[in-house]
Design a protein around this ligand. Structure first.
Ligand code: CA
Length: 229
């Protein structure tokens, strides 16, 4: 099922690029490569890959800049950031720049491939109700966008959409963090509870009138979250 998926790898270190290319092709993916940020953006625009693996440290633009630019030109493409940094702040910054996931070098090819497959599984899921209202916000799950009444539409990242989709399917019910981690991030991604909390903070800023006093994405203490209109 994954055999015709094309993955663009933007990485300036030739031996890492070659290793990734070999491994991903062995796994049945078609691989495009670029050795700089600008080259990567060009290839992405021209070839429309199904996913992008993006190194954080590049010779021209940094990975955050490339990520933001990719998000502008290709709002829907899944982006996995490859980072040598394991600082929480770098990960959060990457996710804020629009990355859907990240792996920290050195990573195993097995883990990376598992994450790529997980992202493709999730994007294949049909969405029955692509748009719904939440307070003053209209959320379009298919377009990955959110629009507050009277404001410009903004893009949502992949995990923001998945979190909203999952909570919306169970609107009015408390959903546990463990279940959200399991169903959305998948066991292979080994995220922490803070991962979810960070996305909830970002979503509240986009949806709630008073993000500090949320009325739509509620915390169920010691358990998880609940979506109410
Ligand atoms: Ca690099």
């Amino acid at each position: 099922m994954d055999t015709k998926r094309t993955i663009l790898v933007i990485e300036d270190e030739p031996h890492i690029l070659l290793g990734l290319k070999d491994a991903l092709e062995f796994e049945g993916f078609s691989v495009l490569s670029a050795g700089s940020g600008k080259a990567g953006l060009g290839v992405a625009q021209k070839e429309r890959p199904d996913a992008v693996l993006l190194d954080l440290m590049l010779p021209d633009l940094n990975g955050y800049q490339v990520c933001e630019e990719l998000r502008r030109t290709s709002p829907l493409v899944p982006i996995i950031m490859l980072t040598a940094k394991s600082q929480e702040a770098d990960k959060i910054r990457g996710l804020e720049a629009g990355a859907d996931d990240y792996v920290t070098k050195p990573f195993s090819i097995g883990e990376l491939v598992a994450r790529i497959r997980a992202i493709f599984r999730r994007t294949q899921r049909p969405s029955e109700a692509p748009t719904f209202r939440l307070g003053e916000a209209t959320i379009n799950l298919a377009a990955h966008s959110l629009q507050r009444d009277g404001k410009r539409a903004e893009q949502l990242s992949f995990y923001e959409v998945e979190l909203l989709r999952f909570l919306h399917e169970r609107q009015g019910q408390a959903v546990g963090r463990d279940e959200l981690l399991d169903k959305i991030w998948g066991l292979e991604a080994s995220p922490t509870n803070r991962t979810i909390d960070n996305f909830v903070v970002k979503l509240r800023k986009k949806i709630e009138k008073s993000p500090d006093k949320p009325v739509h994405i509620l915390t169920v203490y010691g358990f998880g979250y609940k979506l109410v209109d």
